[in-house]
Design a protein around this ligand. Structure first.
Ligand SMILES: [Zn+2]
Length: 361
């Protein structure tokens, strides 16, 4: 089995590392400590004790190195053992499912970028400072996914007071139905991301709980991430960095002073943004009154109404307690479907995903 060989190679690196350290410690002792220990005995008693102390410290380092070496060998042995491979085979099906959901969550995170909002255009970074004092500051910005607008200090301060108004104005998001739909889709998908992260963590914890107390002692907190990875779990990215960030940045001509206003479109802000946009839009008469807004409350209501059951395949949270349920537009927004109770349904993430791919292809 190739994977097994790969693990052996990987773990051997640690074994070799600690073996080298142990060898160095031994050589150091033999060639420098022992002669001086014997010599010191012939001369003064005080220097004998000094060298003895160094000898004891050396002994301590030697034993530590040996125990690290032993541990590294044990770990290598464990990942080669039948016990480990039996566990790995036993949970393979469930781990694969977890990874599939993990991939899906990562895909949902790109909604904002892929929803046509990329025409926001990153503003060119111009170093307007005379002496390039701020050069490092600019370099940092180039490596992020932020949308940055370089502006006057007044705009920067005003953006703080009225963030949504200024995002619309300076990042060219016009308050119209199309953009409201987009932001709603982003909110809907990001809500699923946050729910999915929790459900996936809970599912993996449940799978792993079976092995608590049955694992060798050296699978401690430090070893645990590697153990999970070796069992075949992809790492769950729990960070919030996928939220779109808008930055209003003012840097004075001399580069000595700068002000910035940062607005992160997290779930709270997205929800508020949806409300802001809907207030700004003058809806066509026919739509007005029928249209609802995608809110946490509406999402929760639809799931409850559908009895936490996928309306396509019939799976429910009774069957799978950690099932990720998503809210779907029955008639897609792209085909004129509206955000209203009648046009919303609960789908499991798998059905929703395959429906999405059918429509876009
Ligand atoms: Zn389903």
């Amino acid at each position: 089995m190739d994977e097994k060989k790969l693990y052996y190679k990987e773990d051997s690196k640690n074994v070799h590392k600690y073996l080298t350290v142990t060898n160095i410690v031994v050589f150091f002792g033999v060639f420098s400590l022992f002669p001086s220990l014997i010599n010191s005995f012939k001369f003064e008693l005080s220097s004998f004790f000094a060298v003895l102390l160094i000898f004891l410290i050396w002994l301590f380092i030697l034993f530590s190195a040996i125990s690290l070496l032993k541990n590294a060998k044990k770990i290598r042995e464990f990942y080669q053992s039948d016990k480990f491979w039996n566990i790995k085979n036993e949970i393979k099906g469930r781990a694969d499912k977890c990874n599939e959901l993990n991939d899906h969550i990562e895909e949902l995170k790109t909604t904002f970028v892929s929803s046509g909002t990329k025409n926001l255009g990153k503003v060119e970074y111009k170093d307007s400072s005379n002496y390039n004092f701020k050069r490092k500051e600019w370099e940092k910005l180039k490596n992020t996914d932020e949308y940055v607008y370089q502006c006057s200090s007044t705009v920067c301060k005003n953006a703080q007071a009225q963030p949504f108004k200024y995002i619309c104005k300076y990042f060219n998001i016009k308050p119209n139905e199309e953009n409201l739909n987009r932001i709603e889709e982003v909110f809907n998908n990001f809500s699923a991301v946050e729910e999915g992260k929790k459900l996936l963590t809970a599912e993996e914890d449940e799978i792993m709980r079976k092995f608590v107390g049955k694992l060798p002692k050296f699978i401690d907190d430090k070893q645990y991430p590697r153990f999970k990875k070796r069992l075949g779990f992809k790492e769950i990215n729990l960070s919030d960095v996928y939220y779109p960030r808008f930055k209003f940045l003012y840097v004075s001509a001399g580069g000595n002073s700068s002000i910035e206003t940062n607005i992160t479109l997290d779930l709270d802000n997205l929800s508020n943004f949806i409300e802001y946009l809907s207030e700004q839009i003058k809806f066509k008469k026919s739509i007005e009154g029928q249209r609802a807004l995608m809110t946490p409350k509406l999402r929760a209501y639809i799931k409850e109404r559908d009895n936490y059951t996928c309306q396509h395949c019939g799976i429910s949270i009774k069957d799978e307690p950690h099932l990720l349920l998503e809210i779907d537009h029955i008639v897609p927004v792209s085909k004129g479907g509206m955000t209203c109770e009648n046009n919303l349904q609960t789908l499991c993430w798998k059905c929703n995903r395959s429906k999405g791919s059918k429509i876009s292809s």
